[in-house]
Ligand binder design. Structure first.
Ligand code: ACO
Length: 318
């Protein structure tokens, strides 16, 4: 017994910053950002907390699933970081929702949602749960260097959630980690220990764009091809493709190498930017609420992120 998706929800901060807005504070332009990334605008946290977004997305998913927080048996929060170093966002969310179940965070960079599906699959397999909430939430604008135009323009803030119940909707899931931290990382903030020998550093995200690009395209192509081979499904059997929304050029490069019909790829990056772990579930919620997903259809999810981590899943929609 594995799981089926019972409900989805998402939440974005109210403040929207367009590429033109960024060109007021950085040496950049809408033309550069849009042609290189496919992003037009992103939502950024102003007065909201990451928890606010997580709670809003979770409540929408719980409503869609028709269950209450007290029905939950587990909460998993894929995130690069909530509002606190400790406790984790999952604990904050459990308190905010009034749930009583165990709650954990998973930090697998932008692949966190697919890693969380794997964890949820294990919980269902051990018959430890009837309902699991996965809420991915990111406040990436807080860890960008807003003087680094090559990185800060790519990301946005947001949250998205799914409620999972017992079912047989998971057809395939495979995770990979290729330990390689230098091209994409953010350091833990410096403390004030009088004994540290560390050189001063910031906690901002550092990204070597071209290294990430090469890894990402390869991770998608390898992950998708393996998924098709190992399930015996043909490209035609995949009705919807939801790739991590990192960069339209990454999505286009992978799309050209794979033989899944072009119109089956869904995207929201133009409106949201890269939401890290929240990107795939946000896209899933948008597709679901737009009525694009039908019972019996196969959804292919593929994520890649800092670590380097990657993960591919095939879900059959119920
Ligand atoms: N506006 C204007 N010019 C810029 C900007 C900007 N925002 N950013 C960089 N430039 C300039 C550079 O300074 C450089 O100028 P120079 O030639 O005078 O030195 C020029 O543009 C080209 O810079 P490159 O870094 O070579 O640009 P590139 O074509 O590689 O594009 C990009 C950069 C878009 C980041 C690309 O490398 C890429 O798509 N990488 C993938 C990274 C990614 O998408 N990460 C997502 C987050 S990670 C994840 O989700 C897993």
């Amino acid at each position: 017994m594995s799981f089926a998706v019972l409900g989805t929800g998402s939440a974005l901060p109210t403040c929207v910053k367009t590429n033109d807005d960024l060109s007021q504070i950085l040496d950049t332009s809408d033309r550069w950002i849009y042609t290189r990334t496919g992003i037009r605008r992103r939502h950024v946290i102003t007065s909201e907390t990451v928890l606010d977004l997580a709670a809003e997305a979770s409540r929408k998913a719980l409503d869609a699933a028709g269950i209450s927080p007290q029905d939950l048996d587990y909460i998993i929060c894929p995130t690069v970081g909530g509002d606190y170093i400790t406790p984790g966002l999952g604990c904050n969310l459990q308190e905010e929702l009034g749930a009583t179940c165990p709650a954990i965070d998973i930090n697998a960079g932008c692949s966190g949602f697919v890693y969380s599906l794997d964890t949820a699959d294990g919980i269902f397999a051990r018959k430890k749960a009837r309902y699991v909430l996965i809420t991915a939430a990111e406040g990436l604008s807080r860890i960008m260097d807003w003087n680094d135009r090559s990185t800060c323009v790519l990301f946005g803030d947001g949250a998205a959630a799914v409620v999972l119940g017992e079912g047989d909707g998971l057809r395939y899931l495979k995770l990979r980690t290729q330990g390689c931290c230098a091209p994409l990382h953010g350091r833990f903030p410096m403390g004030n220990s009088p004994w540290t020998k560390e050189e001063p550093h910031t906690h901002f995200v550092h990204m070597e764009g071209q290294e990430v690009y090469k890894f990402a395209v390869n991770a998608i192509c390898t992950g998708v091809q393996e998924a098709l081979e190992e399930t015996g499904l043909s490209p035609e059997d995949i009705h919807h493709v939801l790739l991590h929304q990192a960069n339209m050029r990454i999505i286009d490069a992978a799309r050209k190498k794979l033989s899944i019909p072009e119109e089956r790829y869904h995207c929201c990056i133009e409106e949201t930017g890269n939401l890290s772990a929240a990107s795939i579930p946000t896209l899933l919620d948008l597709c679901s609420r737009d009525g694009l997903l039908h019972s019996g259809e196969n959804l292919l999810l593929c994520a890649f992120g800092a670590g380097f981590t990657s993960g591919t899943a095939i879900l059959t929609w119920k």
